[in-house]
Structure formats: structure tokens, C-alpha cells
Unconditional design. Structure first.
Lengths: 921, 431
């Protein structure tokens, strides 16, 4: 290991790292702005200056930038030398020339890296007496607030947004001290990852807009370690709560999963939690269809009555925790349990779970995905189905650049130099899909095929890999690309709703000979894989089978699941109106709930704890950030109490959450490791629970005084090692129990490095989560049969198009997300549009069997022959089933949405009177 | 003295076209090199000639070229030669003369240089305002293609080169070679961090040489007549001739080709005609707007890179700006700092925000609002912004050079601004 000398102290450094990293790793406070652990160095802010000496005799030295200087053995530096400290102070003083000093009204205040660095360098009195530059702020959409005056021009936003996340509509403009970071004109930021600007910006230029509407300081937020429920990737998040509201969601670092970044659905999609449409109380249906509120015990007694000695069936949910699903399945018996997938999805999930256990390739973590140097994507628009994985894929294609850099001896943190060197040379990525995908811009080849043909293409690649003749040059090229790679990666998933596509991906993965080959599936919901593993024994039912038995069922329990999203209306109606008493546990009003006889108000993910299994097979625990409001209970608690009320033999012995986990772990060999997911309830750090509140949490005794002057008792958490308190230490406990990051002198999220074992490394407390699935590597048992659908004239293959904003059930209830989602749409190619004589924004009537819906036309540049896409998961497209044929006709009654003005524009265009006339501002 | 770079240039004479250029020995160097010399031999001649870059830094051209990976060391792909014709240094107008009146000399130099480093694509990155030069270069390129001096298989040697004129969108920073490369790629004209140097990873990530117009114009003569001849041209330490310019209130400001090492006094008095009547020399910037002031005591120094360097300034582009005793030195420095603050690319903090701060302090002093402690602030800023390595590129250190030397030589002028509460030159209380 090389050694460097910093102010007389010998420091062991990692080969290839830079001095800034070395100093931070050694626990030294060297201020910085433009450097970012996952984006590397460019040397623009000049903040991490220190003095380098030629040798022991050299006493003057010269100023170098820590982030741009490699840590070479024997090098000598000083952080404390006067010229270094003076220079660093001068840098902050010059940044302050134009900074507005509006910390008291700035949303970044209290967690501002600029504040921290200013204090760190000791700058106090500004000598500049001139005017400050000011700028116009831009409207950037409902998610991001722009306050350009605060900018210190560190270039992080541009580098993150363009270089890292592949966005095109935000960047540096103008020059000298008139630099402007924004869009070329006002408008909604296009990237699905725009929210990370909030955390990337070291000051308050880009802030969380929904958070501003209900703002609290960081120190006043109560946070908890949580897992995003927006998709199956399992990103770690830290929701922040005050006054009973989840005010914002921040990224929570997990080295193996999301690293520093999450998608906008994850960050902004939790707004529904605070909605008035959330259920507060249990309710029993009145004859007129309305519900009357009842106490928890009353609801439980009623349910127990309905269930006693009767035939009870239950439907689980891929968006509910493993624990809740487990309890429900045990409560009614596995034969009476349907996992709550649509029948199509159930088969797909079953085979994905199987393939992952047998494939010759490993199922990679997001971090491992970033190591791929050749990628084949079959059918998936990853940016919309597993956004964080897509962000990782954007980094994978840069491995070519890092390879070139290594040949030239450039360290990987030399960001600008490596980009200049590689230009647009990327590692190869072939995307085979029915439509445009959001990764097309970095793909080396895009092949447009209908789902059946995608499957055939996959099998052809597999055949080519084992040396067969395919007569398919594109498949041969893809096979060659994978063969040449060190770490080839196949990405597929369930969003095509096509068994053949999934099988073909497994076939390619099995045909690869590299031991490092990877196979990743995008699956629909946060616990889809966990649920599929739970029912892998085959003992549970399909929805359709349950419907067949509907007449014989006396009571049906539905867990956090709107069944109308899972099957066609007639089928679900038959099930719910079949005479059985329907007991529903959910948090939000929906169609299924309306058809229920008894409703139990379920707590949200922010009010309960549970375990989810991500698409990687990683089981992770989420913890409540607040105790459930009103008479809500976590679903697992409802079910546990129901088991008690019904005197269930096995379950009534269970007393607490940890015991559910233990029982669940014993229930299947796949779940053995569940007990290691997170520490037990009895875990204590230096004798205390881990505090959810910061050490500066204020107003505890007063915050409720609007309701009562008597201070309520602190909420208690009896089920986890976390407390609703500011007492205790948040330091180096297991990562799964780290609610927020904060360190002395480091108030912003940059304090993360104090929690990491090394810069950009895992947290000191390890990476949270446990991998449940490891493949036996025997090869997947799959069929290569593909049933081709034959089309009649005027019929199309219907291909689901998942959307980051709009397709997810819960986040779509968030105001900002629904604004971004827009209307339900039908996506067609230019030729079809010409044939039907429609243009973008017109309406089309889509007919499938007896379903008919009107959808807005979107015209795509790349569409496979005979394919049309639809906005999957949107209310307007409810009932459409992927893969079945549809016919199209122009909707004559369609109202085109005008050039709809966004809310802020409307306000801006209000006439202003007062300058002698009316004008628009 | 023998005219080399300007042998085809006379006041009042039309610019040379292909015929006129060839009639006066043009393209002989090209013929000689491509028919009888290897690229290695050509490089050796240039190295031996001691030619130093004429753009300002004075880096030995042969050495610069030697870093370009040749043949087997280089992965397949293009190599580039770029001519830096973005002449924007305050006070400099020498490249313009060379391009407008003898465009073929530059082109021949570029073809030869490209041959030396094995480049197959070359660009003339030219200041957008030089519309006459752009026209004439484009015309000359046409003639070269017609004649077979550009394109495939030049003079049957198998050597291939294409050349393009690329007018700059216009920023001073584009004169910095890596910012120029970024601009040429269509990116923001921010300089790049070095290493890697453009010789190994430049334009589009490929090996690239960027040379100044005047440097390239020397190449045909060096190849044609040899290194020893070239070295014999200088009268001091450095080799060859140099385009020297003088601006300011002298009798005949202008631009002349003179031997390297010509004494400053000779340039000023014999060629620029001395100061205008009634004016005294107060100081001068020997190499353009980003070099330190020199004064009377330096008049007998030779214009050689090292000699001027030892005197505390830089030879820069060799285009002097004269300060007379009736012009306010504070105002002159302020004017320069305004220029540099405005031309900062905005990439690094000391330059982007430091220079406007300096500008503000100087404005206060010049407009009579200065305070005694302002001089300390200026010293502080010189220390902060002026040291190479503190900033991302050399723009800001260059900008501080006239200021730091003005404070050294003309400190009393600054003090009189402060004590008098006004500019003594503008209030009639001049020197």
C-alpha cells in the first residue's frame, strides 16, 4: 500500500485514489464542492486545495488540488499550511461574492454543503462591496424548484444530469461570472432522475418543490430507514416526517443497490401518503353502500364472526410485506390463498423465480450491473420498469471508456479527461424491443420486434452462442458481442407480459460460458419476487381458480390489492359479488375496497415495518418513520390480531414482529436467511435504541400545542430497535438501522462519507439486506416454444408501455406524479398514424374483446411491425390485456387537450395592472 | 536582414496567390520533404532548429511534436493538426498579417507539420472577426486541392491530408489550446485539465498538435533551408525571426519581422518611431495584455524568451503595448482586468469570481472610492489568483501580470488615486 505524508502524519492510501479521497478516508476534513464520489473529479471549484512538497527539504511547496492529484507513494502534503488555508478561504470568499446569503429562507439551510464548507474554511467577513449578480429562475416542472441566485457554479448539476444520468435538457450556459445552469427555456425537466439534483447541488439552487410546500428543516425531520415501494429494485430511502406528514424522501445510501441516486418516482411518489383519501378507520358497509367507522376491535370481532368455521379464502399482494402475506397465507391455508398477481403475471413471476434459482448466470445487484461490458436487453424499457437499473446501465456502457483510460494510465476519477478521451465510444448494448426505449440513445444497436419475435431473437442469440447457424445476422452480432465480453449481462423482465421473452433471456444466459455472466429481470412490484418465492411450492391458487370457487367461499380477505388492476372487470365482479363476505385491508380508496363488506385501515410503508424482496432477490427491511395515525394498523398487525380473534392454532402463539419473521423463515428453505435481514427488536447500540430524530430536533413539546397544551407521550416503537426520540447515537450501527446521515461539521448529505467505510464504499455497518436467491447454476428448465399469434387485418399486438410516472398504482395518486403522467395513451408508429389519419394528441378508440377505451395518440419513431403500445397501469387503459389483439379506430368525440398551461404559468400570465395598462409578466 | 516570414509581404502589395507564392520559392519545402525526407527526418530538422512556439508560451516546437505517438505506438484512427489562429491577445495583430497577405505560407507550414506528426486531418481555428483572412485562406485551400497539395496521395508520396477553416464563435479563451479543442468539438470552450496533454488525447480524444500561425509559418523555411540557417537568423539566444508589434502612443505603431533577440529600444525607436511628441515612456507590456510591465531600465534587453523572462515578464506574442506618462496606469490595468474578467470561461472559482472582485476594487480606486486597504486586497488577490496551479488554466495568472507589475512600478499612482479621491490623470492633475 502506498503511503503519503499529510502534515507529518503518515497515511496509508489505496492505489489509484486521489488526495482528496485519501484525506477523507483518513478522517481529515478537506472541503470540496465539484468532486462527487460517483462522478469523479474535474478540478473546477478549487476548494480542495492543499500544499504539495517536492521532498523533505522543500518548505514552500505549491498549491495543488486534492481531487486532481494522484496519491503516489511518498508524496508529501499539508492541509494546514498557511497558504493552503488562506487559499481555501479565498475560494469561499469569492463564491460568496454573488451568493445571496438567504440561508434563513433557503430550503437547503441546515443541510447545506456550502454552509458547512464556509464554516470549515473559517471565512467570515466578505470584503467585496460591489453589487451581486442576480438571475431569473426557471419553471422546471412540478418536482424541482430553481433558485439560480444561490449558484456557486460547481458544475455538479450539469455533470450529474447530462453526463451521469443522460439528460439532455439542463446544462451550463453563458460564461464568466454570468454562468447559468438551467434549461434553454422554461419547462418540465425531462429526466426521470431529476430529483437527485436536490441532493447533488451543494447549495439551494435545485430544491425539492413538493417539500417546499410543507417545509421543515432537516433537523426537525424524523427519519427512518426505509425501502422504496415504487418498483422492484429495492432502492433504500429515508423518508422525513414532521407533524404526522411524510414531507420528503431522501436517498439512503446502499452500496450494492442505489448508491447515491434514486429515481423521481421513488423521491416524489410518496405524496399520496398525506392524502385525505387515505383511510383512517376501519369500516363496515351500510346497506346503502356507504361505510360506518368502527373501532379496531369491533372490526376484528366482525371479521372473526364471519370467518368462524367458514370457508375462508384470501388474496395477498405483491405490494405488501412478506410478513403480512405470510400471515394471511397461514391464516387461511395455502390452498385457499392466491398471491394476488394477475394470472398472466403469476405465471411469469413463477418462471422468473425458477430461472433465478437455476440459471447459469448470476442475478446481479445494481452495483454489479455497473460492471457489465456488453448488454443485451430483451423486451424491457428499463428506464420505465426499473429506473435505477437503467441509471446503472448508463454507467455500464462507460466501461469501454474506463478501459481506454486504463490503457492510457488515467485513473478512473479523471472524469473530464476520460470523457474527452472516449468521446462516444461505449461498451456495446443491444436493445431488442417493440418500441423506443429511454436507453436507445446509448445503445449500439436497437432492434424493433414484436414480443413473439423478441423471444425468437433471444433464442437465436442463444443458438448462435453455442455455435449454431441462425441466419439472423443481428442475433449473430449480439451473440458475438456477448461472447467477447468479460461481464456480459442479459436484462429482461415481465413488462412485455410474455413468457417466451423471459424464457429466451434465460436461454441466452445459460448459453453464455463466462462465469461472470449476469441475468437480471425487471419485475413489476416491490415484493413481486418475494411473493413468487412464497408461493413457489405451487400450493396456492390462481385468481381464476379462486373465481371458479367463488360461490363456495364464505369469506374473502383481500390484502392491500386493488383486484381490478389484476384481471378484467367481469371476473373480479364475479369474485367480489359472489356472495362471500369481503374483508379488505388497504390504505387508499379503490374499486376493490368499494366492493368490500368490511374494511380495515392499513398503515402505509411509512407507518409500518416489513420485509420486501427486490428483483435482485435481496430481502430488505423497511421501518416506520411515524406511528400509524388514527386507527390504522400495519397489515401484519391486523392479521396477527385477526389470528388471535379467530384463535388460529399456529399464529396465535406469535406475539411480535420478530416471531413472524422467524416463522416465515422456517416456512420455506428459500426464506431461511430472512432472520439475518435486520437486527432483532432487542438490538441496542451502546445501550440505546437508534434515534429517528436528529440531535437538534426542536419544538417537541410545542408542536402539538395547537391541539392540546398537554404534551403527549412520546410515541413508542415496541417492534424495532429504532425509537421516536432524539436520544441515542446514530453512528456506525448496522446499515439497515441508519435513518439519516449527519456528522459534526457535516450537516448536509455529504456527511455520508463519515458513515462509509471508505469513500464510495459500503457503510461502516455493512450493506443492508440479505440475498435470498443464489442460483444452483444447473441451467434453467425452459421451453423454447413460442406460440405465434396470427393477426387479421386491422389488428395489432398490444404491447404494454410502463411509465415511471403514471403506471404505478400508489404513486400515481400523488399530485405531481399525476401531472407528469398525463392522459392514458396509445403509442403508434408514423405509418399507422398516417393510415388512420391521426396526429399526436388525437384520440383513438381501442377495442379488445368487450373492453373499449379512448386513449390519446402518441407517435413513436421506432415501433415494431404490427405493434402498438399502451400506457400500462393508467386508469384510462384499465382492462386492456397485453398480448391480446386489439383493433383501432379514430375517436370522433375525442377532445384534444389544448396547449394546457401548467399551474405556475397560469399564475404568471395573470394580467398585472399598475403600470398604466395591462400586460403579461 | 533577410525577410523570411514576410518575404511576400510589402505595404501596398497584393496578397499572394498560388502562382505568386510558388514564384517566390513557395512549396519548395513541401516538395523537398515529401519527395526526399521521411517524417522523422523532418521532425529532426525542426527540433534542431530550436524553433519555439510563437503563440506566447515559447515551448520548443520539436519537443511538443515528440510527444505525439507515432505509428506503432498509436492505435488506429485520426491524428490532428490544428492551427491556432484565434488571435485575441490584447495588442496582437501579427497572425492576421501573415494570414491575410501570405495564406499559402501558413498552409504549406501546416501540410509539412501534419506530415511530421502523421496527421491526416487539420483545422485552421480562426478568429471569427478575421473575415478577410478566412476568405483568403479558403481560396488558398481551393488552390491547394486543385494543385494536389491537399487531399489523397500528396505529390505521389502516399501522404494524405485534408484541411478545413473553422471560424471561431469568439472567446479569448479559445486561444488556450485545450479550450480551442473543446470549441472545435462543439463544446463549451472550457480548458481541459492536463494531463492528459492534447498530444496524446486531444481533438475527439485523438493525438493532436495545436500550433500558432506564426510557428507554423516558419516550418517551410526550416525544412527548405535547414536548422543551421534558421538558428543563424537570431541575433540573441533564440533562433529565427519574429513578428514584433508595437501599439500605444508611439509615432508609427505597427508590425515588423525582425531577428529574434532584437533589443527593445531598437524596436521602439527605429521601427515604431519613438514616443509621440510631448509624451514620455512610462512602461510597456512586452508581449501583449497578459504580460508584466517593464520600464525604462529594461529598454536595452534583447527580445528573447529567457531574457525577458528573467526581467520578470514574458515575451508572449512579442507584441508590445506602450504606456505613456499621460495615460493612467490604473485605468489601463482596469481596462485589461475588465477584459480578462469578461473572457473568463467561468470554469474555476478564482478566475470566474476572483477577477470580477479585482475589477471591482480597481474600479473603486480609479473612480476615487479607493481605500488604503484596497491595495492589500489587490496583493491578496494577486497571491490568490495569480499563481499558476491555483487556477485551472493560465488565463487568470496572465490577467494578474499587468496588475502585479503595475503595483510594483507604479504604486505611487495607485496611492495618489486613493489619497486624492480621484484619478489624477482625468482630473487634470496628471503627471
Amino acid at each position: 500500500m502506498p503511503m503519503i505524508n499529510v502534515d507529518g502524519q503518515e497515511i496509508e492510501v489505496k492505489k489509484g485514489e486521489n488526495i482528496l479521497e485519501a484525506c477523507l478516508n483518513a478522517g481529515l476534513d478537506l472541503p470540496y464542492f465539484c468532486w462527487h464520489p460517483s462522478m469523479g473529479s474535474i478540478g473546477s471549484c478549487r476548494q480542495c486545495a492543499l500544499v504539495q512538497y517536492q521532498n523533505e527539504e522543500d518548505t514552500r511547496g505549491r498549491i495543488v488540488m486534492g481531487c486532481m492529484t494522484p496519491a503516489s507513494d511518498g508524496a508529501r502534503f499539508s492541509l494546514k499550511a498557511e497558504n493552503a488555508t488562506q487559499f481555501r478561504e479565498a475560494v469561499v470568499e469569492s463564491l460568496m461574492l454573488n451568493h445571496p446569503h438567504d440561508c434563513p429562507v433557503c430550503a437547503e439551510g441546515g443541510e447545506c454543503h456550502l454552509q458547512d464548507m464556509t464554516v470549515m474554511v473559517g471565512h467570515r467577513d466578505r470584503r467585496y462591496t460591489g453589487k451581486k449578480n442576480t438571475y431569473r429562475n426557471q419553471y422546471l416542472g412540478p418536482l424541482i424548484h430553481h433558485e439560480m441566485n444561490r449558484c456557486i457554479a460547481c458544475y455538479r448539476c450539469e455533470r450529474y444530469y447530462r453526463d451521469y444520468a443522460g439528460g439532455k435538457d439542463l446544462g451550463a450556459q453563458a460564461s464568466h461570472d454570468h454562468l447559468y445552469f438551467g434549461r434553454h427555456e422554461e419547462g418540465i425537466l425531462e429526466s426521470e432522475f431529476s430529483g437527485n439534483l436536490v441532493e447533488v447541488c451543494p447549495t439551494g439552487v435545485f430544491t425539492d418543490k413538493p417539500f417546499l410546500k410543507q417545509y421543515s428543516r432537516k433537523w426537525d425531520l424524523q427519519s427512518a430507514p426505509s425501502i422504496c415501494q415504487g418498483c422492484a429494485v429495492g432502492c433504500n430511502i429515508a423518508p422525513g416526517e414532521r407533524y404526522g406528514k411524510v414531507k420528503r424522501v431522501h436517498n439512503r445510501y446502499n452500496h450494492d443497490v442505489n448508491g447515491y441516486f434514486i429515481c423521481d418516482r421513488g423521491r416524489f411518489g410518496s405524496g399520496y401518503l398525506n392524502s385525505d383519501l387515505r383511510l383512517d378507520y376501519a369500516g363496515i358497509k351500510n346497506p346503502d353502500g356507504s361505510f360506518f367507522a368502527v373501532h379496531q376491535q369491533q372490526a376484528l370481532n366482525t371479521a372473526a364472526d364471519w370467518m368462524a368455521g367458514k370457508k375462508v379464502a384470501a388474496i395477498g399482494s405483491p405490494r405488501a410485506s412478506l410478513e403480512a402475506n405470510y400471515l394471511l397465507r397461514e391464516l387461511v391455508g395455502s390452498k385457499n390463498f392466491a398471491p394476488g398477481f394477475s394470472d398472466q403475471e403469476a405465471d411469469l413471476m413463477d418462471s422468473i423465480a425458477n430461472i433465478l434459482q437455476t440459471s447459469m448466470s448470476i442475478n446481479p445487484s445494481v452495483k454489479q450491473i455497473e460492471t457489465a461490458d456488453a448488454i443485451l436487453i430483451l423486451g424491457e424499457d428499463v428506464t420505465n420498469t426499473a429506473p435505477r437499473v437503467a441509471l446503472a446501465l448508463r454507467q455500464s456502457v462507460r466501461n469501454k471508456a474506463f478501459e481506454l483510460a486504463e490503457q492510457m494510465g488515467l485513473p478512473p476519477w479523471q472524469d473530464a479527461a476520460i470523457r474527452n478521451l472516449a468521446q462516444d465510444q461505449r461498451s456495446p448494448m443491444t436493445i431488442v424491443s417493440a418500441m423506443n426505449t429511454r436507453l436507445d440513445d446509448v445503445a449500439s444497436a436497437c432492434v424493433s420486434l414484436a414480443p413473439d419475435d423478441i423471444a425468437a431473437f433471444g433464442h437465436a442469440v442463444a443458438a448462435a452462442l453455442v455455435g449454431e447457424i441462425t441466419n439472423n445476422p443481428q442475433a449473430d452480432a449480439a451473440a458475438q458481442m456477448l461472447k467477447m465480453a468479460k461481464n456480459p449481462l442479459i436484462v429482461s423482465g415481465s413488462s412485455m407480459a410474455h413468457q417466451g421473452v423471459i424464457n429466451s433471456a434465460a436461454a441466452v444466459a445459460d448459453a453464455l460460458s463466462q462465469t461472470t455472466s449476469m441475468l437480471s429481470f425487471c419485475v413489476p412490484e416491490c415484493n413481486s419476487l418475494g411473493l413468487a418465492m412464497m408461493v413457489a411450492d405451487g400450493a396456492s391458487s390462481h385468481l381464476k381458480a379462486l373465481v371458479k370457487r367463488a360461490a363456495k367461499i364464505d369469506a374473502l380477505i383481500v390484502l392491500e390489492n386493488d383486484l381490478y388492476r389484476r384481471g378484467d372487470k367481469a371476473l373480479i365482479d364475479q369474485l367480489l359479488a359472489g356472495g362471500a363476505k369481503v374483508i379488505t385491508l388497504d390504505m387508499y380508496e379503490n374499486g376493490t375496497l368499494d366492493q368490500s363488506d368490511l374494511v380495515m385501515a392499513a398503515a402505509s410503508y411509512a407507518e409500518s415495518q416489513g420485509t420486501l424482496v427486490s428483483s435482485e432477490g435481496r430481502a430488505q427491511r423497511f421501518y416506520p418513520v411515524q406511528s400509524p395515525a388514527s386507527e390504522r394498523l400495519p397489515s401484519w398487525e391486523w392479521l396477527l390480531r385477526l389470528a388471535k380473534a379467530t384463535e388460529h392454532k399456529k399464529l396465535s402463539k406469535i406475539e411480535n414482529f420478530d416471531q413472524i419473521v422467524t416463522a416465515c423463515a422456517k416456512s420455506s428453505p428459500l426464506f431461511t436467511k430472512l432472520v439475518d435481514v435486520a437486527p432483532l427488536n432487542s438490538f441496542r447500540d451502546r445501550g440505546s435504541k437508534i434515534p429517528r430524530q436528529t440531535h437538534r430536533y426542536s419544538g417537541r413539546t410545542a408542536m402539538n400545542s395547537g391541539v392540546s397544551v398537554h404534551e403527549p407521550q412520546q410515541a413508542q416503537d415496541h417492534e424495532s430497535p429504532l425509537s421516536f426520540s432524539m436520544e441515542g447515537l446514530n453512528r456506525d450501527q448496522p446499515a439497515s438501522l441508519t435513518p439519516f446521515v449527519w456528522a459534526p461539521g457535516w450537516n448536509s448529505n455529504q456527511s455520508l462519507q463519515k458513515f462509509q467505510s471508505e469513500v464510495d464504499g459500503p457503510l461502516k455497518g455493512g450493506s443492508s439486506g440479505v440475498r435470498l436467491i443464489s442460483s444452483s447454476q444447473t441451467g434453467a428448465d425452459i421451453s423454447s416454444q413460442i406460440t405465434q399469434i396470427s393477426l387479421k387485418p386491422h389488428q395489432w399486438h398490444l404491447v404494454p408501455m410502463e411509465q415511471v410516472h403514471g403506471s404505478d398504482e400508489l404513486s400515481a395518486h400523488t399530485e405531481e406524479i399525476s401531472e407528469l403522467a398525463g392522459r392514458g395513451f396509445i403509442a403508434i408508429g408514423k405509418k399507422v398514424a398516417e393510415k388512420l389519419a391521426v396526429t399526436e394528441g388525437d384520440g383513438l378508440l381501442v377495442k379488445q374483446d368487450d373492453i373499449e377505451c379512448s386513449l390519446e395518440v402518441r407517435i413513436l419513431s421506432r415501433v415494431a411491425k404490427n405493434c402498438i403500445g399502451y400506457s400500462a397501469g393508467y386508469a384510462e387503459a384499465r382492462g386492456l390485456v397485453a398480448g391480446r389483439l386489439v383493433s383501432l379506430q379514430v375517436d370522433k368525440t375525442w377532445q384534444r387537450s389544448g396547449p394546457e398551461m401548467i399551474a405556475s404559468d397560469k399564475a404568471a400570465f395573470q394580467p398585472v395592472v399598475g403600470d398604466g395598462g395591462t400586460r403579461n409578466v | 536582414m533577410e525577410k523570411v516570414l514576410t518575404r511576400n509581404i510589402e505595404p501596398g502589395k497584393a496578397p499572394t496567390d498560388m502562382t505568386a507564392y510558388e514564384a517566390n520559392g513557395g512549396y519548395q519545402g513541401l516538395h523537398k520533404a515529401l519527395t526526399s525526407m521521411s517524417s522523422l527526418e523532418c521532425r529532426e530538422v525542426v527540433s534542431a532548429s530550436n524553433l519555439r512556439g510563437r503563440g506566447g508560451a515559447g515551448f520548443p516546437t520539436g519537443m511538443k511534436w515528440s510527444f505525439v505517438p507515432m505509428d506503432d505506438k498509436c492505435t488506429p484512427g485520426h491524428k490532428y493538426l490544428v492551427c491556432n489562429a484565434d488571435e485575441m491577445e490584447p495588442g496582437a495583430f501579427k497572425d492576421r498579417l501573415l494570414m491575410e497577405y501570405d495564406p499559402h505560407q501558413l498552409i504549406e507550414g501546416m501540410i509539412l507539420s501534419a506530415y511530421c506528426i502523421g496527421a491526416d486531418l487539420s483545422y485552421i481555428f480562426i478568429r471569427g472577426e478575421y473575415v478577410v483572412a478566412i476568405d483568403r485562406l479558403r481560396q488558398a485551400l481551393k488552390e491547394c486541392y486543385a494543385k494536389g497539395y491537399l487531399g489523397d496521395n500528396i505529390l505521389g508520396s502516399g501522404f494524405k491530408l485534408d484541411m478545413y477553416v473553422h471560424p471561431s464563435a469568439g472567446r479569448y479563451i479559445c486561444g488556450e489550446e485545450t479550450a480551442l479543442i473543446n470549441a472545435l468539438e462543439g463544446k463549451r470552450a472550457n480548458p481541459r485539465a492536463k494531463p492528459p496533454f492534447p498530444q496524446v488525447s486531444g481533438l475527439w480524444g485523438r493525438p493532436t498538435i495545436v500550433n500558432n500561425v506564426e510557428t507554423l509559418c516558419n516550418i517551410p523555411h526550416i525544412i527548405d533551408r535547414g536548422a543551421d540557417w534558421f538558428k543563424s537568423l537570431g541575433v540573441g539566444e533564440d533562433a529565427g525571426t519574429k513578428m514584433f508589434g508595437v501599439s500605444g502612443r508611439v509615432k508609427t505603431p505597427g508590425c515588423w519581422e525582425l531577428p529574434m533577440g532584437t533589443p527593445i529600444r531598437e524596436i521602439l525607436e527605429n521601427h515604431a518611431g519613438g514616443m509621440q511628441d510631448g509624451l514620455q515612456l512610462k512602461g510597456f507590456l512586452p508581449g501583449g495584455g497578459s504580460t508584466d510591465f517593464l520600464t525604462h531600465e529594461h529598454l536595452d534587453l534583447a527580445m528573447d524568451y529567457n531574457v525577458i523572462g528573467k526581467a520578470g515578464s514574458r515575451m508572449g506574442t512579442g507584441t508590445m503595448i506602450i504606456l505613456d506618462d499621460q495615460t493612467c496606469p490604473v485605468g489601463m490595468v482596469l481596462n485589461l482586468i475588465r477584459f480578462f474578467a469578461h473572457e473568463s470561461c467561468g470554469f474555476c472559482t478564482p478566475c470566474r469570481d476572483g477577477l470580477p472582485w479585482t475589477r471591482q476594487v480597481l474600479e473603486d480606486i480609479e473612480q476615487g472610492r479607493g481605500k488604503t486597504e484596497d491595495l492589500d486586497t489587490l496583493e491578496y488577490q494577486i497571491n490568490y489568483i495569480g499563481a499558476i496551479g491555483n487556477t485551472h488554466c493560465a488565463l487568470a495568472p496572465g490577467a494578474m501580470e499587468p496588475l502585479q507589475s503595475a503595483l510594483k512600478y507604479f504604486r505611487d499612482d495607485f496611492e495618489r488615486h486613493i489619497s486624492g479621491g480621484c484619478c489624477p490623470y482625468h482630473s487634470g492633475k496628471g503627471a
